[in-house]
Design a protein around this ligand. Sequence first.
Ligand code: PEP
Ligand code: MN
Length: 364
Amino acid sequence: MNASLDILPLSSWINTEGKPLVIAGPCSAETEEQMLETASQIKKEGFAHVLRAGIWKPRTRPGSFEGMGEAALPWLQAAKKETGLPVAIEVANPQHIELALKYGVDILWVGARTTVNPFNVQELAEALRGVDVPVLVKNPVNPDLQLWVGALERLNQAGVKKLGAIHRGFSNAQETKYRNSPMWNIAIELKTIFPELPVIGDPSHMAGKRSLLFEIAQRALDLNYDGLIIESHRDPDKAWSDASQQLTPPALAEMLHELHVRKESYPTDYQSQLEVVRGKIDNLDRELLENLANRMSLVEKLAEYKRDNNVAAYQVDRFREVLDTRAAWGKSLNLYPALVDELFKLVHMESIRKQTEVMNQINA
Ligand code: PEP
Ligand code: MN
């Protein structure tokens, strides 16, 4: 893919003294007291370079806590004043940007539910034209690298040069151990397309629960990420949003202390090469299964046809033909003959089972 970004290095807009950037703070600003106390504990622990807080919360269903809105911005201003740390919030529309700038917010991020929509991203880009503020772009909720790339390009083309990406994982079709599956290979591909782009890991939204935070954060550092954004709350269990994934500031300090910062750089890094290949294998296996599912729906159609014409489910000639042709195709693809033979015996067996099932349905 032909793509490039005209951006400034992370170190030109935030000084982390050579360490990975740490952005920490509550999922949401709830009350002035909660915000200030959390911020002062974070400051006391000394690990963070930036404070985060959600002001407008994009919730999947109405009726949950949707953020305190503009009323919370003065609390952030106060937290910034008390700690001396810059503050970051999510913006989802031009009005959010206007208010963020009015209250002196230092860094903006685009949420996963916004990155999916190019109209929405373009509106943000237009509102940011001529504004000198760093913007971090979370990956879209769905595993579509191009949407992520496109959002970064739109902002960059509007003149945003202090730009970074946040990898927060992708929503799952099936239940997995993650709230949002990391799919590391997508972030690595992003880093391959834009080697100069800072990439920050968001273990909180990948994990969804405290017990997974460490391994995800370590993985991000193993892959040479430029930083981490992690949710921290003075009393996580009582948080109004994302209670199960937040850590107290002292617990977060302890976790960060245990992490190993790696020195290897990206493209030559063995681990990242492995991730790219494994990611490709995952995609191919998924396609294999999708093809198998498509094949089975065709078998169902075939069964209906046989049933209506009163033909048996199993024809020995066809079975031989299937095995012979597949063996020849496999050979031309350099596949091990026994693998192809076993595979198609299994597939054919399932196909017969399916056909008899369909045929018996009418008789029932
Ligand atoms: C957040 O960071 O609190 C948030 C809402 O994240 P995401 O956009 O990744 O869901
Ligand atoms: Mn959250």
